[in-house]
Design a protein around this ligand. Sequence first.
Ligand code: FMN
Length: 192
Amino acid sequence: MRQQEVVPAGNEWREANLRMLKGSVVDRIGSGWMLITAGDVRTDKGAWNTMTASWGALGVIWNMDVAICLVRPSRHTFSFINKVDSYSLSFFDGQREALNVCGSMSGRDTDKAAAAGLTPIVFPDAAVGFKEATEVISCGKLYTHDLAPAHFLDKEIAKNYPDGDYHRLFIGRVLSLHFKEDAQGAGRRTGV
Ligand SMILES: Cc1cc2nc3c(=O)[nH]c(=O)nc-3n(C[C@H](O)[C@H](O)[C@H](O)COP(=O)(O)O)c2cc1C
């Protein structure tokens, strides 16, 4: 279904680079979770979808700061992230209930923002994030790869795929880190 229309991000947002992300990346993704959001809201403000993820990575490849996420083909978000050349990762301080909603209901039949109590916003670079987020990372797609069991060196990995719904991996160049200074505490970011 059509999602709620995005509204312009407010002036509480600042822009920096990935190195200004606060905290342990493993903790932020693996314990705090994130929302992967993709769509084309330049022409249609409701043409986006989002889903919760707790697997992914942030780092450096090809001398670029990159973000990696994995999306199963069965996700509604899959068709959105495939269609466009960018996506975003939104991080939160808490919001567990909202992240559970976005990780259990599908945008195929749910107005996710309404169900989760989130406000979809769009940044000047067209990245879609959420007013309630503490950071939104904008990524430009660089590479995709479909995971295949033939490459599972540890056969235990196959346990994650009882239905053969192998993830497609996306590596994106980090274009910017949007953050709210007040939500994070001025001076706590130490990156360059
Ligand atoms: C904590 C958590 C982590 C998740 N991580 C992923 C993930 O990394 N990749 C994925 O494809 N699905 C993941 N999911 C499942 C999707 O978020 C879920 O299926 C969602 O409802 C898909 O929504 P959609 O159909 O609107 O895209 C996760 C769910 C939860 C609750």
